[in-house]
Write a protein that binds this ligand. Sequence first.
Ligand SMILES: [Zn+2]
Ligand SMILES: [Zn+2]
Length: 230
Amino acid sequence: MKHEACFICGAEIIYKSESELMKCDICGQEFESNAACANSHFVCDVCHQAEGVEFIENACLNSKEKDPFKLASLIMNHQSIKLHGPEHHFLVPAVMLTTYYNFIGDSDKIKPSLAKAKKRSANVLGGFCGFYGTCGAGMGNGIFLSIVLNSNPLSGDEYSTVNMITGKTLIKVAEAGGPRCCKRNTFIAMETAVEFLKQKFDLELPLSDIKCKFSFAIKECKFTDCNYYE
Ligand SMILES: [Zn+2]
Ligand SMILES: [Zn+2]
C-alpha cells in the first residue's frame, strides 16, 4: 500500500477497507472511494490526475477562498504544477479572478471569467520573462483586470488601468532581479494586485503573509535575498 501525503494538508492518506461516497475537496463532485487523509480530505482521481491548467481551473471553480495566497498555495501543492512553467501565467489571473469575485459576492462570474483567462493566458508562452522582457505572471494581472473591467483595445480609462497593473507588477519583478522564479513572480503578482485593488477601487482582499515552501527544491533560489524566503 502506498503511503502518500494529502496535498491539501500534508497528512497521511488512510485507506479504509470499505469504500464510501465522498465529496472531492477540489471539484466538489461525489465519488465512491476508500482513501482520505487523516483530516478527512478527499481528492478524486480526476483531480489527482489533472494536468496543470485543467487542475487550476477545477480548483478555482469550486473554491470559496478570498485570500489569493491560500488558494495559490493549495494549487501549487499539486503534482501537475511544476516549480517553474507557463501554467503560472494562468494561475495568477485564475486565482485573482476567483478570490476577487468571491470577495465581492459575485461568484457566478468565476466560471465564464476563468474560461476567458484560460484562452488569453495560453498565448503567454514559457520564457517570456527573459526572452521578451515581460514576465507572464505579471501579465496575468493584466489578464485578470481586463476581464473584470471588460476592457478592449479601444477602451479609455480601462485601457490605462489594465496596463497600469501590469506595469506596476513588472517593475517589482524587475526589482527582485533574476534568475527567474515562477513562485516568486506569482507571489509578487498577487501582492501587487491586492495593493492595486485597494488603491484604485478601495477593495481590500485578505492576503496572508507570503512564505515560500519551495526554496529547498529550487536550484536557483536566492534564499535570504528573496522576500518570500522562510
Ligand atoms: Zn488532508
Ligand atoms: Zn475532484
